[in-house]
Ligand binder design. Structure first.
Ligand SMILES: NC(=O)c1ccc[n+]([C@@H]2O[C@H](COP(=O)([O-])OP(=O)(O)OC[C@H]3O[C@@H](n4cnc5c(N)ncnc54)[C@H](OP(=O)(O)O)[C@@H]3O)[C@@H](O)[C@H]2O)c1
Length: 250
C-alpha cells in the first residue's frame, strides 16, 4: 500500500515540540507541505521547520495562539499564502494542569476550554471556510485519560472528552462535504511538556506505566504514523474514529 500526502497542505498546531513536532515531521516526510504552528517557542518551531526543509520537504513556522479567533484566521491566511488550500489539520496544541478539584480556578477553567476545546472549533471553522475546499482530514489530539479518568485531571480530561464529542459531531456534520474528522488519543508520554511538569521519572510515571499493557510511556514517534495514515486516502472511509494510541491503556 502506497501512503502519500503529496499535494496536501497541513497545519499542525503546537508543533514546536513534543507530539506535534513529530507529527509535523512525519506528515512532511509523506509529502505534505506543513505549517508548524507555535505560540511562544519560535526557536522550537524554527528547528522543526528546518528539519523538514533539510530533508527535502516544505515547511514554515507560523505563530498563533489557537485559542484566539484572529490568530487562527491569520494562521490559515499564512498557510494558504505559502502552500494553497489547507486540507489536513492536526489539532495537537493542548495544555494540562493537574490539580485537586478544590484548587481549580475559573482562570484555569477558561484557559483549558480556550486552548483544548475552543481552539479545535476555531481551526475547524477556518478549514471549512476556505473557498474551493474539497476533501479534507481533521485529526483532534485528545487523551486516553478520557476513558481511564485519572485523578487531579478534571479540567484536562473534561475538555478533552468534549473534544472527543465534538469530533463525533463534526464527523457526522462534515462527512457529506468529504471532510473526515477523527480523534487520536495518546497515552502517558515522554515529551517536553511532561518533563517540564516533573512527570517523567517520577513515582507517578512508574505507577502510570504499571497500568499500560505494553509496559512503557509513549514517545512522540508513536503518534506520527497514525496521523499520516488518517490524513491519507488510505483512510478515505474512516471518520468519527476515536483511536487509542496508548499501549493498551484505556
Ligand atoms: N504527553 C502526554 O503524556 C500526552 C498524553 C495524552 C495527550 N496528550 C496531548 O497531546 C498533545 C501534545 O502533547 P505534548 O506532551 O507533546 O505537549 P507539549 O510538549 O507540552 O507541547 C505542547 C505544545 O502546545 C503548544 N500550545 C499550547 N497552547 C497553545 C496555544 N494556545 N496556541 C498554540 N500552541 C499552543 C505549545 O506551544 P509553545 O511551546 O510554542 O507555547 C507546545 O508546543 C496535547 O494536546 C496533549 O494534551 C499528551
Amino acid at each position: 500500500m502506497d501512503i502519500t500526502l503529496e499535494g496536501r497542505t497541513a497545519v499542525v498546531t503546537g508543533a514546536a515540540k513534543g507530539i506535534g513536532a513529530r507529527i509535523a515531521v512525519d506528515l512532511a516526510a509523506a509529502g505534505a507541505a506543513v505549517v508548524v504552528n507555535y505560540r511562544t517557542d519560535s526557536a522550537g518551531a524554527d528547528r522543526v521547520a528546518k528539519e523538514i526543509t533539510e530533508a527535502g520537504g516544505r515547511a514554515i513556522p507560523v505563530r498563533a495562539d489557537v485559542g484566539r479567533g484572529e490568530d487562527v484566521t491569520a494562521l490559515f491566511t499564512a498557510a494558504r499564502d505559502a502552500f494553497g488550500t489547507v486540507d489536513v489539520l492536526v489539532n495537537n496544541a493542548g495544555i494540562s494542569v493537574f490539580a485537586p478539584i478544590e484548587a481549580i480556578t475559573e482562570e484555569e477553567y477558561r484557559r483549558h476550554v480556550d486552548t483544548n476545546l475552543w481552539s479545535t472549533l476555531l481551526t475547524t471553522q477556518a478549514l471549512i471556510g476556505q473557498p474551493g475546499l474539497g476533501a479534507a482530514s481533521i485529526i483532534n489530539v485528545s487523551t486516553a485519560g478520557t476513558t481511564f479518568h485519572p485523578p487531579y485531571a478534571a479540567l484536562y480530561v473534561a475538555t478533552k472528552a468534549a473534544v472527543n464529542a465534538a469530533t463525533l459531531v463534526a464527523a457526522t456534520e462534515l462527512g457529506p462535504r468529504g471532510i473526515r474528522v477523527n480523534a487520536l488519543l495518546p497515552g502517558y508520554s515522554d515529551t517536553e511538556g511532561t518533563r517540564a511538569m516533573g512527570f517523567v521519572g517520577s513515582p507517578m510515571a512508574d505507577q502510570a506505566v504499571s497500568g499500560v499493557p505494553l509496559g512503557r510511556l509513549g514517545t512522540p514517534d508513536d503518534y506520527g504514523p497514525l496521523a499520516v495514515f488518517l490524513s491519507s486516502d488510505a483512510a478515505r472511509f474512516i471518520t468519527g474514529a476515536v483511536v487509542h494510541v496508548s499501549g493498551g491503556r484505556r
